[in-house]
Design a protein around this ligand. Structure first.
Ligand SMILES: Cc1cc2nc3c(=O)[nH]c(=O)nc-3n(C[C@H](O)[C@H](O)[C@H](O)COP(=O)(O)OP(=O)(O)OC[C@H]3O[C@@H](n4cnc5c(N)ncnc54)[C@H](O)[C@@H]3O)c2cc1C
Length: 461
């Protein structure tokens, strides 16, 4: 039987066999700090970490509505990799050299996360096997080759392009016609990382209040039902949940992504699949998938499912639609027909934040003391770390290489009001699904015009 929801498989797997972590105490009264951080995911916790390491005397308070890792940071696909939403737009806005610096910083961020977690003794099942992105139709192959060349031009000269046999020698994927492999990726257990980070920042003296929803963020204060925390700096690190905050309804759109995980697979299945190095696996479909081999030998695979709920509603503690579970199961067996009938033990979903121009940002307004970072779309695991180091420099008033990166202080227009927002996202994903279906059925060598049109209208590329 598949357990649907309950936050995520990562959450469930962390609770099995280990004593439950007692929840951290909520805020009970008004308080003061030097920096208050709203949100206990990677962005908030990495920011607390780097600030406290740089300035140990700073009084830092993290306010988390549920518990650390409740959001995408405790539910994601565990791709720690160098993708960043908006790089190409930043190249258009600020020039290619600036965007190349951003990409270089992202490449280094993957190593930074691996190094710091090791230094802090955080065991998050991290394994650096790179990222393999595969094409399974002629149109996907065209996009793959263009994507590969584009990434090499952005400085990833260590990327490798593989033909069909070389791809299948890495992982035996049905219908694979080519792939691009990058070394800038590592598999992680998302919740172990967020839990380890929370413990590390607490050990440094950061105060974390869980079960403390912030209802309003204003200059120099974060308001909760239990009291107000006053601080010169208030940092919003709420990603897919941002729309629920007062005044933020039409900023980042909460987009759902859903996942399933198999039961542990026996050694002979793994040797048949040939998936030996825990390489992260993705594809070039418009409604793309992402997958990892977990440390306990399962396949966790995700994709969009129902992308968006009317009115920017967010969460059911991770429950996803039964139709999405079936669609992801079908996707899994289309990649690996030998897995037909394999037990799916868990299914879940989470929300990520999508800005109107699909560009991640990090910002601090020195006058109001308000800052924020996010809008990572589907690439926040590493990006949150880069954002956190940048927020550190901004809060400390230091001009560094990080504060000159082109995503700093980028402003974006708001999403359309409902029902246009809902209709637009539904139409967009219907177009991508139809484009994928058409490209698979017709074997045409180029991307369908429908998908190009959807990209142009959405502002996604
Ligand atoms: C299913 C799924 C798969 C993904 N896979 C990948 C992947 O493989 N690789 C990758 O790079 N990215 C992936 N992402 C995206 C990535 O997980 C996120 O970008 C990243 O975790 C964002 O971290 P965050 O701390 O900014 O946000 P979150 O982890 O969402 O944390 C925000 C926190 O703020 C809290 N909060 C919100 N509002 C309030 C409030 N008002 N008061 C107090 N607290 C509040 C929430 O409870 C939450 O804990 C995926 C996302 C999902 C949903």
């Amino acid at each position: 039987m598949t357990i649907n929801g309950g936050i995520s498989f990562w959450y469930a797997s962390e609770r099995t066999g280990t004593p439950a972590t007692p929840p951290r105490a909520p805020l009970t009264t008004d308080a003061a700090a030097d920096v208050v951080i709203v949100g206990g995911g990677y962005t908030g916790l990495w920011t607390a970490y780097y600030l406290k390491r740089a300035a140990p005397d700073l009084r830092i308070t993290v306010l988390e509505q549920k518990f650390c890792g409740y959001g995408a940071s405790g539910r994601n696909g565990g791709w720690l990799y160098n993708g960043i939403a908006g790089r190409d737009r930043y190249a258009a806005l600020h020039g290619r050299p600036a965007a190349r610096r951003l990409q270089q910083a992202m490449n280094e961020t993957v190593t930074e996360v691996i190094d710091v977690t090791a230094k802090e003794g955080i065991d998050a099942d991290i394994h650096r096997g790179g990222v393999l992105e595969v094409a399974r139709t002629p149109a996907q192959l065209g996009r793959l080759k263009a994507f590969h060349a584009h990434e090499v031009a952005f400085g990833e000269t260590d990327r490798e392009l593989h033909d069909a046999p070389a791809t299948r020698a890495r992982i035996d994927i049905a219908d694979a016609v080519g792939s691009s492999w990058s070394p800038h990726g590592a598999r992680i257990h998302p919740l172990k990382l967020v839990k380890g980070l929370a413990a590390a920042v607490e050990a440094l003296g950061v105060v974390i209040h869980e079960s403390t929803p912030v209802t309003e963020i204003a200059p120099r204060r974060a308001v909760t039902p239990y009291g107000t925390v006053r601080a010169p700096y208030v940092l919003r690190c709420t990603e897919g949940f941002t729309a629920a905050l007062k005044g933020q309804k039409r900023s980042w759109l909460p987009m759902n992504s859903s996942m399933i995980v198999t039961a542990p697979l026996p050694a002979e299945t793994w040797s048949r699949l040939g998936w030996s190095d825990s390489t992260l696996l993705g594809d070039m479909a418009h409604a793309y998938m992402y997958a990892q081999r977990t440390a306990d030998d399962r396949i966790a695979i995700g994709g969009r499912g129902v992308p968006y709920r009317f009115g920017s509603r967010t969460d059911n503690d991770g429950r996803t639609q039964p139709a999405t579970v079936s669609a992801l199961t079908t996707l899994l067996t289309s990649f690996f027909p030998q897995l037909a009938g394999t037990e799916i033990t868990h299914a879940w979903s989470g929300v990520l934040g999508v800005p109107r121009d699909w560009c991640a940002t990090v910002t601090l307004d020195r006058v109001s003391g308000l800052g924020w970072a996010g809008g990572y779309v589907g690439s926040g695991v590493a990006t949150a770390n880069l954002a956190a180091r940048t927020l550190r420099d901004l809060v400390l008033g230091e001009s560094t290489e990080l504060t000159t990166l082109p995503w700093v202080d980028h402003r974006v227009r708001r999403w359309e009001p409902e029902p246009f927002r809902w209709l637009g996202v539904q139409a967009l994903y219907a177009a991508y699904r139809e484009a994928d279906r058409h490209e698979t059925a017709t074997h045409r060598p180029t991307t369908t015009p429908l998908a190009r049109l959807a990209d142009r209208i959405s502002g996604r590329h």
